[in-house]
Design a protein around this ligand. Structure first.
Ligand code: G3H
Ligand code: 13P
Ligand code: ZN
Length: 326
C-alpha cells in the first residue's frame, strides 16, 4: 500500500497504554464522536485544557460525511493545535462500529490507531471469525481493536435492535481468548441515542446491570471494558432545546452517578455522542431564537463549540475522572 498513512505520522497513539493507565488508576478514557471541524476543535481543546487522554471517535457514516483524506489532515492539525492550548495529550483516532473487515482495513490504512469491529449482531462463531480477521491485520500494524459481545437497544450506526440483549459473561473468556481483541464493548443496559428509557412521570431510569459487569470482570480480570450508549442526555440541554423551539420532551439518559461507578471499574472507555449533539443543538437553537437575523455560521457554530468545550471539561472532571491524568 503505497499511500497508506501511519497513525504515528498524525501524532496519534493506539489505546493500549491509555487503557493500562485507566485500569490502574480507576478512571475511563472519553471517546467523543465527531462529524465536523467545530466538534473536533472542541474535543481537543476540552481534553487538552483538562489534561485528559482522548479518543477521537468517528463512525462509518461520519467518515463518509467528512471524507477520509480530509479527516486525516484535520486530525493531524487538531493534534498539533493542542500545543497552542494546554499542551498535547495522548490521542487516539478510533473507528466506531466498524461493520466489515474492509472498512476497518481502509481506516487502518488511512491513519486510524484503533478500530471497532462490531460483530455483535452476528452469531458467536461469525463474530469471533470477523473479529479475529480484523485483529490479525491490526496487530501487524500496531493498531488496537475493540470487539463487542451483546446487543444494545436502539440504533448502532445503521443497525437497529428493539431490545437489549445483555452480554453473556459465560462467553467473554472464549471470545477474548480466541480473537486476541484488545478491549470489549458489553451490553449492561445502556443504549444509543437520546431516548434510552421510556419512563412514567416521576420514574427514575433503571440501574445498569453492575452484576453482569462484575461477573465479566471476574472472568477476565484486568481486561479493558467499553461502554457504548453512555450519554447522560444532560437535562439542561434537553430543557434548552425544548425552550427554544425543539421537541425532545421524553429524552432521557444514563444517570451520571452510574457512569461514575462504571468508570471506577474495568470500564476503561466511555462513548459519548448524543450529549455533544445536544450541547451544540441547544446552543444553536438559543442563538437563532435570540437573534433571528443571524446568518454568519461562525456566530452560531462558535458559541456551540464553546458550549461543547465546557461540557467536555465537565464530563472529564466530574463523570469519567480522566481530567488531570496526563
Ligand atoms: O453509536 C453510534 C454513534 O452515535 C454514531 O452515530 O452513525 O450517526 O455517526 P452516527
Ligand atoms: P450515546 O448515543 O449514548 O452518546 O452513545 C454513543 C456511542 O455509543 C457511540 O458508539
Ligand atoms: Zn456505540
Amino acid at each position: 500500500m503505497t499511500d497508506a498513512v501511519k497513525y504515528s505520522e498524525l501524532g496519534l497513539v493506539n489505546t493500549k497504554g491509555m487503557f493500562m493507565k485507566a485500569m490502574a488508576d480507576r478512571y475511563a478514557v472519553p471517546a467523543y464522536n465527531f462529524n465536523n471541524m467545530e466538534q473536533l476543535q472542541a474535543i481537543v481543546t476540552g481534553c487538552s485544557e483538562s489534561r485528559s487522554p482522548v479518543i477521537l471517535q468517528c463512525s462509518g457514516s461520519a467518515l463518509r460525511y467528512m471524507n477520509s483524506r480530509l479527516l486525516a489532515c484535520m486530525v493531524k492539525g487538531a493534534v498539533e493545535m493542542m500545543e497552542d492550548l494546554g499542551g498535547s495529550v495522548p490521542t487516539a483516532l478510533h473507528l466506531d462500529h466498524g461493520d466489515s473487515f474492509e472498512l476497518c482495513r481502509s481506516c487502518m490504512d488511512s491513519g486510524f490507531s484503533s478500530v471497532m469491529i462490531d460483530g455483535s449482531h452476528r452469531s458467536f462463531e461469525e463474530n469471533i471469525n470477523i473479529t479475529k480477521r480484523v485483529v490479525d491485520y491490526a496487530h501487524e500494524h500496531d493498531v488496537t481493536v475493540e470487539g463487542e459481545l451483546g446487543v444494545l437497544s436502539g440504533v448502532e450506526d445503521e443497525v437497529s435492535s428493539e431490545v437489549s440483549h445483555y452480554t453473556k459473561p459465560s462467553e467473554v473468556e472464549e471470545f477474548v481468548g480466541r480473537t486476541s481483541v484488545d478491549s470489549l464493548a458489553i451490553s449492561i443496559g445502556t443504549s444509543h441515542g437520546a431516548y434510552k428509557f421510556k419512563l412514567k412521570p416521576g420514574e427514575q431510569p433503571p440501574s445498569l446491570r453492575f452484576d453482569i459487569l462484575e461477573e465479566i470482570e471476574s472472568r477476565i480480570p484486568g481486561f479493558p471494558i467499553v461502554l457504548h450508549g453512555a450519554s447522560s442526555v444532560m437535562p439542561e440541554y434537553v430543557a434548552m432545546i425544548n425552550r427554544f423551539g425543539g421537541k425532545m420532551e421524553e429524552a432521557v439518559g444514563i444517570p451520571e452517578e452510574q457512569l461514575r461507578r462504571a468508570a471506577e471499574s474495568a470500564v476503561c472507555k466511555i462513548n459519548i455522542d448524543s450529549d455533544g449533539r445536544l450541547a451544540m443543538t441547544a446552543t444553536i437553537r438559543k442563538v437563532f431564537a435570540e437573534k433571528p437575523g443571524e446568518f454568519d455560521p461562525r456566530k452560531y457554530l462558535g458559541p456551540a463549540r464553546e458550549e461543547l468545550i465546557r461540557m467536555i471539561k465537565y464530563k472529564n472532571e466530574h463523570v469519567l475522572g480522566s481530567a488531570g491524568r496526563v
